[in-house]
Design a protein around this ligand. Structure first.
Ligand code: SF4
Length: 473
């Protein structure tokens, strides 16, 4: 996956992790390994907070997990409960103050929280809290959640969480830590993933099961939408804020965000991607000499396309795996160089061939255009582009960084116009039905709003707010 360096992709915002362990000394190190496995979900900041039974100690910083942590700062974090977070910012800027976990003291003790997702009504709640004299230390919506839970905590943490869930709207997978509890919460639509694992006597909550594997844990199950799981020294209990009337898990987890070795809502990401390649061939067959992938996230779909078509799969683009985040901040001209540095055509494999190039998505279209041109410059006879997700035509309001609609090429151009612009010999996108079929789950399981416009929550509030700001300026 190239989430960290490609400005032409939708971007996942965060990964969360939590552990309740009997082995106090290993808590932070286990979280470190788990966060490393979740690094693809956010590369801007990382943090770990551990509660020693009296208070929460934490360390967080800007950068990748191995840049932020070392033996010394991990060694200072001792305790039975710990939570961790990796972040790429959309809500709130990427300053250290916005790094998570958020650690707060309130009248009942200490409360730490890590959040993946985005609330659509955080601004309004924040204004009301500020009117009541609440001071915020960050610009992120997660702090609104911390404040609400603290405010309603008189009757205990779980009732406070339920009251908070009454108010907040949007996407949230949360891990929360107090002196004696590790709590996991998945929003009532299940927009963002959160799963539960076990490692001996230890319980682990994670955005993705790949972190459980790395931590030596076994996946027990995904949290259900609206479920609150509470882990204490006496074991685990589950309550529901709300039994879901419908689900709306983000289908882009299957397309691109999640790691292929993860399983989300019982579906293997790798299998779903491979199936999408097979369906893509059924929907958009083409004659070719070799199927290649834009590495890494499109490889399973390319293998699926190859298996279904009988066209051999081969390597056509070599990825430089050592590119850091430097190029995210780069100017337009440097971005061009970054694409070249990152993916280099393998001339010997593509020369004189009819190439079927599989990518997982087209957002702005700039990267795929450069890749098609480079493949042709390096001798490909034809380049047929196949995309394993439908055209992205609308913005996401649930924690995924999407460009403005005017920059979404699928929103402003027809498929034929896009084909022409990127210089491909043909272009085909998988259909929405095809993508859903590839997962093996029913349509009702998913949010597909950025393809279909079928937003699972009324986003009018957020849109109105944006419009107000627009007119003010
Ligand atoms: Fe995922 Fe798109 Fe829905 Fe956002 S709008 S949650 S990216 S499917």
């Amino acid at each position: 996956m190239d989430h960290g360096i490609n400005p032409d992709k939708l971007r996942e915002e965060c990964g969360v992790l939590g552990i309740y362990t009997k082995n106090r000394e290993d808590t932070a190190k286990l979280l470190y390994y788990g966060l490393y496995a979740l690094q693809h979900r956010g590369q801007e900041s990382a943090g770990i907070a551990v509660n020693d039974g009296l208070r929460s100690n934490y360390h967080k910083g800007i950068g990748l997990v191995p840049d932020v942590f070392n033996e010394k700062n991990l060694g200072d974090l001792i305790g039975e409960i710990g939570i961790g977070h990796v972040r790429y910012s959309s809500e709130g800027r990427g300053h250290l103050e916005n790094a998570q976990p958020l650690v707060a003291r309130y009248r009942r003790g200490s409360l730490s929280l890590a959040h993946n997702g985005s609330l659509i009504n955080a601004d309004i709640i924040r204004e009301r809290l500020e009117d009541d004299g609440v001071i915020f230390q960050t610009s992120i919506d997660s702090e609104v959640i911390v404040n609400l839970i603290a405010r309603y905590s008189n009757d205990g943490i779980i009732p406070a969480i339920e009251r908070t869930m009454d108010l907040i709207k949007g996407a949230y997978a949360l891990v929360i830590m107090t002196e004696d509890k590790l709590i996991g919460i998945r929003d009532p639509l299940g927009l963002r993933p959160l799963c539960l694992g076990k490692r001996g006597e230890d319980y682990i909550l994670s955005s993705e099961s790949c972190a459980l594997d790395v931590m030596g844990a076994t996946l027990i199950r995904d949290l259900e939408p609206g479920e609150i799981i509470c882990i204490t020294k006496d074991g685990i209990s589950s309550t529901y804020y709300e039994r879901p009337k419908r689900r709306a898990s983000c289908i882009f987890e299957y397309v691109y965000f999640a790691r292929p070795d993860s399983v989300i809502d019982t579906v293997s990401i790798y299998e779903a991607r491979k199936n999408s390649g097979k369906i893509l061939y059924e929907e958009h067959p083409v004659d070719g000499d070799m199927v290649i992938a834009v590495p890494d996230s499109s490889i399973p779909s390319a293998i699926g396309y190859s298996e279904a078509s009988g066209i051999p799969y081969g390597e056509g683009l070599i990825k430089n795996r050592y590119i850091g985040r430097t190029f995210i901040q780069a100017s337009q001209s440097m971005r061009e160089l970054a694409v070249r540095l990152k993916l280099n055509p393998l001339g010997i494999n593509i020369k004189g061939k009819r190439i079927v190039l599989i990518d997982d998505s087209i957002v702005r279209g700039t990267t795929i255009r450069k890749l098609v041109h480079r493949l042709k410059n390096d001798g490909a006879k034809e380049v047929h582009v196949r995309i394993s997700s439908p055209p992205v035509i609308l913005s996401c309001y649930f924690g995924i960084n999407t460009p403005d609609r005017s920059q979404l090429i699928g929103a402003v151009k027809t498929t034929e116009e896009i084909r022409e612009m990127i210089g491909a010999d043909s272009l085909g996108y998988i259909s929405e039905q095809g993508l859903i079929k590839a997962t093996g789950l029913p349509k009702e399981h998913f949010c597909t709003a950025c393809f279909s416009g079928d937003y699972p929550i009324d986003v009018g509030e957020k849109l109105n707010r944006k419009m107000k700001k627009y007119f003010k300026d």
